[in-house]
Ligand binder design. Structure first.
Ligand code: SAH
Length: 233
């Protein structure tokens, strides 16, 4: 059965967007996943189909009305996880993407303006997910990012070797650097170990590179790696 995504948005034309191309696009065509877009505006109120209103307590901007968003959700919600894209949410991780990929699909709700009235998130018991500590103008790009992260993990989307990676120490690390032809370019040679065909030596070199790169660039990830009981280089 295919993985089913529903997206609720005020900008339906932003979908499938980048997900219509390449790996995700082909997977969509062959039915590995499906995408249904709901225009929140269709549930707007009155002649102008209003979806937002001014914030209680004052302040700049507009807030998405809970009744309107709830009605839009009611039209599609089922047993799938319900996710509100918000900068206040739990950061998206590879583990979360894997968890979602193992389920039946997801219902994603994209905010705009100042965001959602908090009551609809609570009433629907939705999860809030953020794609990073920065503020975008809407939840559409975050929804595309989340979907991309999930879809490449679905069986049949990528080559077996990459898609079947299990949770492991190595996943807490940044990847080792890659090199391809030419072996020498602008006076820079590829690391010698990679050209000598000694697979054990190559694996050890890559692991050491992954560890030192993580230590230098992402002390936060490195600390998690050490905490899992792995040894320092
Ligand atoms: N006033 C809010 C920002 C609203 S941005 C605040 O300061 O927290 C408008 C919409 O864009 C949000 O409702 C959300 O759906 C989306 N959005 C912006 N940045 C995001 C991020 N980093 N992750 C997920 N969604 C985001």
């Amino acid at each position: 059965m295919s993985w089913r995504a529903d997206v609720l948005t005020l900008f339906p034309a932003m979908f499938p967007g980048t997900l219509g191309e390449s790996l995700a696009g082909r997977a969509l065509e062959v039915g590995i996943w499906s995408l249904k877009i709901t225009d929140i505006r269709d549930f707007g109120l009155g002649r102008h189909r209003a979806v937002d209103d001014t914030p209680f307590g004052g302040g700049a901007g507009m807030v998405l009305r809970p009744d309107v968003v709830d009605a839009a959700i009611g039209a599609v919600a089922d047993e799938r996880p319900l996710i509100f894209l918000t900068p206040r949410g739990t950061p998206l991780t590879q583990a979360k993407a894997r968890e979602l990929a193992e389920g039946p699909g997801a219902v994603l709700v994209c905010g705009r303006f100042e965001g959602f009235d908090q009551r609809v998130i609570e009433a629907r018991a939705g999860q809030e997910i953020s794609i990073g500590d920065y503020v975008l103008s809407g939840g559409e790009l975050p929804a595309l990012v989340l979907l991309d992260a999930v879809i490449r993990l679905l069986p049949g989307v990528m080559g077996h070797a990459e898609s079947s990676t299990e949770e492991s120490f190595s996943e807490k690390l940044l990847e080792y650097p890659h090199f391809t032809r030419p072996a020498e370019w602008q006076g820079r040679a590829v690391p010698e170990v990679l050209t000598q065909g000694n697979h054990a030596a190559i694996a050890a070199w890559r692991q050491a590179q992954a560890i030192t790169t993580t230590q230098n660039r992402r002390p936060d990830l490195y600390a998690q790696y050490i905490a899992t009981g792995a040894s320092a280089p």
